[in-house]
Design a protein around this ligand. Structure first.
Ligand SMILES: [Zn+2]
Length: 94
């Protein structure tokens, strides 16, 4: 199975950004599509990337075992990055 990144421009249907550029994209900022140079952003669904991070914080807040806390936190960060890169589509800037 191919790891499919959600980087398609809503204007021109071409790859709009590099994957690392999408990681810094939130509903409050925009980037220009590399192909058509029109502005793209992400929807409020980007907030779902905070869910694994908030869950991990809640889960580890009373833990005493630092290596386990770090492992859980890293796992949450990986899940958040995965959600942002593969599930959150780019949208036209309103
Ligand atoms: Zn475009």
């Amino acid at each position: 199975m191919k790891y499919r990144l959600e980087l398609t421009c809503p204007h021109c249907q071409q790859p709009a950004l590099r994957w690392w550029q999408k990681l810094t994209l939130w509903p409050v900022n925009t980037r220009l599509c590399q192909q058509c140079h029109r502005p793209v952003t992400t929807s409020l669904a980007t907030l779902f990337t905070l869910l694994p991070l908030a869950s991990a914080l809640f889960f580890i807040k009373d833990m005493q075992h630092l290596p386990l806390m770090i492992m859980i936190w890293l796992l949450a960060v990986l899940v958040a990055l995965h959600v942002q890169l593969t599930l959150i589509p780019l949208i036209k800037k309103p």
